[in-house]
Design a protein. Structure first.
Ligand code: NAP
Ligand code: ZN
Ligand code: ZN
Length: 347
């Protein structure tokens, strides 16, 4: 066992604060990573505040982890001490089911082990995330971080990056497609960068008029404020795809009306409460409503290599860990430019 320093939530209401715990021994197939940076995802906030239910306290959030390997188990093949490494939203899975065999471990049909607030495969040991000094992970669930990426700015690729890359690949979104990105936050700004790099025409659909210039700087071709009913009328029947990254309940029917015939809207945002979808929103022009969750290990590595090739990184605000509670409040006000990343040296 080895000591880890961390910041944890102790219940759904109180601010996060310092907490120490023990990581497991480095096993034969494990690597130990000294965490340098950890991104702050809205999913951290949903779980800290128990908005999805099932939160276990103390809860150490964080699933956008990058750092340096400090120890490797005797059978580790991919990594050596001193290598850069990343960990995303899960740290293990059953390895046997169809999804695991297809490299889609996030959809493991038996037991996908979340990086935090989850049970290990023993169904007893609770997992703790990346707002901590170090982590021990099986090498098969650890990613290689390309050297030409800025380390702090690459942390958000481990969740925001792969979550937006995966549907863009799954639905072959690229040149000739008009794509609407709903919500310009952590996921949204990565969706803009990746969809633009794939050659599609990108429109940001935002509730924040002040984000227009940023949206264009990030690579969007158009920007529309969704609070304005006139703009929305103009956008009817406009998009081949809509990628929805919104964290709070909102009207899906409104955005479905902006799809062309045979268009697809992909939900990535996970608001705690359901929103009704009218049958007519889909049947009138044979539209599709879909969802997608993060990405598997092979695709996450592919995404990291794609980002390295195209020089794509997250736009971040680097914060000390002591600012985390304030960062959550700003995230709730949609005031993030465009991902908070914690400098773990401040722990
Ligand atoms: P974020 O940085 O807080 O961004 C969310 C954005 O949504 C905000 O910046 C805002 O953009 C927009 N928004 C917020 N409240 C809204 C409302 N009431 N109506 C319309 N728009 C609103 O959050 P994030 O980290 O990108 O995460 C977004 C969601 O995705 C969360 O629910 C998170 O849990 C989920 N998530 C899902 C996956 C997955 O695998 N599917 C992975 C990671 C995260 P504007 O100011 O531009 O309107
Ligand atoms: Zn996340
Ligand atoms: Zn499985």
């Amino acid at each position: 066992m080895s000591q880890a320093k961390a910041y944890a939530a102790f219940d759904a209401e109180s601010p996060l604060g310092p907490w120490n715990f023990e990581r497991r021994e480095v096993g034969e197939h494990d690597v130990q990573i000294e965490i340098k940076y950890c991104g702050v995802c809205h999913s951290d906030l949903h779980q800290v505040r128990n908005e999805w239910g099932g939160s276990m306290y103390p809860l150490v959030p964080g699933h956008e982890i990058v750092g340096v390997i400090t120890k490797v188990g005797s059978k580790v093949k991919k990594f050596k001490e001193g290598d850069l490494a990343g960990v995303g939203c899960f740290v293990d899975s059953c390895r046997e089911c169809h999804s695991c065999k297809d490299g889609l471990e996030q959809y493991c049909e038996v037991h996908n082990v979340g990086t935090y607030n989850s049970y290990e495969r023993d169904n007893k040991t609770i997992t703790y995330g990346g707002y901590s000094s170090q982590i021990v992970v099986d090498e098969n669930y650890t990613l290689k971080i390309p050297k030409n990426l800025d380390l702090a700015r690459s942390a958000p690729l481990l969740c925001a990056g792969i979550t937006t890359y995966s549907p863009i690949m799954q639905w072959n979104i690229g040149a000739g497609h008009k794509v609407g990105i709903v919500g310009l936050g952590g996921l949204g700004h990565m969706a803009v960068k990746i969809a633009a790099a794939k050659g599609s025409e990108v429109t940001v659909l935002s509730t924040s008029p002040a984000k227009e210039q940023d949206a264009r700087d990030l690579g969007a071709h158009n920007f529309a404020v969704t609070k304005d009913p006139e703009t929305l009328k103009e956008l009817r029947n406009s998009f081949d795809f809509i990628i929805d990254t919104v964290s709070a309940p909102h009207d899906y029917n409104l955005y479905l009306s902006m799809l062309k015939r045979d268009g697809t809207m992909i939900l990535l945002g996970a608001p705690p409460e359901p929103s009704p979808v009218a049958g007519f929103s889909l049947i009138a022009r044979r539209k599709r409503l879909a969802g997608s969750m993060i990405g598997g290990i092979p695709e996450t590595q592919e995404m990291l290599d794609f980002c390295a090739e195209h020089n794509i990184m997250s736009d971040i605000e680097l914060i000390p860990i002591s600012d985390i509670n304030n960062a959550y409040e700003r995230m709730l006000r949609s005031d993030v430019k465009y991902r908070f990343v914690i400098d773990m040296a401040t722990l």
